[in-house]
Design a protein around this ligand. Sequence first.
Ligand code: BG6
Length: 493
Amino acid sequence: MSALMSTFVLFGGTGDLAKRKIIPALYSAFVNGRLTPNFRFIGAAREGLSDEEFQLRVANSLQTYASKVNGSAEQLSAFLALTGYAKIDAHNKTGTDDFEALKNRLPKDPEHTCLFYLAVGPDIFIPVVEQLAQHGLVEGNARVVVEKPLGRDAKSAKEINQALRTHLKENQIYRIDHYLGKEMVQNLLALRFANSFLEPLWNRKWIQDVQISISEQVGVETRGDFYDKTGALRDMVQNHLLQLVSIVAMEPPVNANPDAIRDEKVKVLRALRKFTPDEVAKKIVRGQYRAGAVDGQPVIGYQNEAGVPTSSRAETFVAIRAEIDNWRWAGVPFYLRTGKRMASRCAEITINFKPIPYSIFGKAQGPLRSNRLVITLQPEESVQLFMKAKEPGEGIRLSDVALNLDFAEASNSRRVESYERLLLDALHGDLTLFVRDDELGAAWEWIDPIMQAWDNDAEGLKSYIAGSWGPAAASYLLAQHGAAWGEEYVENI
Ligand code: BG6
């Protein structure tokens, strides 16, 4: 499948996300023959650059961030030849009509698809879309991709969504959450809805708790200023973590069409129990990293990062005991956790099944941890079902063994990075892996009371040492209910 006649216009074309993720993803699609020669790429930003100057920047970012793509020198030159630049001031303060100039560079063919990717802050979304509409650029096959976080709270997200819908149809709006493009996230749909044996177990009767943890070793890198205004709750929980919750917890959709899936996901987000201020203090732990060491290398504390005020109260870690109020999940805790500068980089979903009702083997016969299904998104993709088995030898001693589905070994097909997959989906008009406005609204509605409670509670921010698993309170959050995070089980295999 390849996109016919398409132009990809990247607002924020000189920014960090463009350099690290979007341009390498486009290049990978190009090298792997997923774009036609008719494809054009235009970077757009405020800086005054010539096409050649932008091409040089593109070549530099590909050298730094696309080493795995393995394109040849000829392929690189061919890609750069398709690349151009448009200087655009979204607020149009310069007096020149940047958008008219952009329009003149786009093909006039009505069959042509133009994808405008807004890799800019949410405050620029509305002016850009208004200008695109005023210049007649969002008609026909035009599509707009908007990056997260979409807004700062439910109210601002609603305003942005309303403005987008004034000028665009819902099926022209692609709200990106790159976690949805990860191979294993889609595999979760296959795992749940293409196998018969899991469904009878996938409920409150058999599941003790669900844990979804995304730990990162990196700090805030060059994004201190952005991150400090955002924090982990808006940066990771409102989008990536809640999207994972909705896929783990949703009911079987009627088919695999985008809206059928999104209809079920939004029901989960609406069923998430909202926290009272009192519950926020008891069921949510937030933390900020202090200086420490990650992988044996000393690292500075968050408040000393570039762009971060030394008095910052932004959270770089969140752990939550969430609950879903519906028949399938009533009473099953969903423990959610994310943090920067943690002990290891790992994104994992663990379904902990209930213990056996009674052990005929007595207590001293090995670890008592019950069965669990562990779906690892990164650093490696895997699905492991941990079961009890007898250790070889005399007598009966039980140990955990994993039924292991290693995807790297199981398949020879090329791994497609999430941004590449999502960009191609957007070019082909496939909305399945993008977020609908009602999902986004429901996620913000759940997040808002947490942010409000934090605003009124200056004391609740804990600190943790960089390179650890977060504040001790995050362990206590589970321990008080007899649970523990995956890494806390000493008998883990
Ligand atoms: C982004 C966040 O959405 O996801 C970053 O803004 C975070 O702060 C990143 O580092 C994590 O993505 P991944 O794919 O590396 O887990």
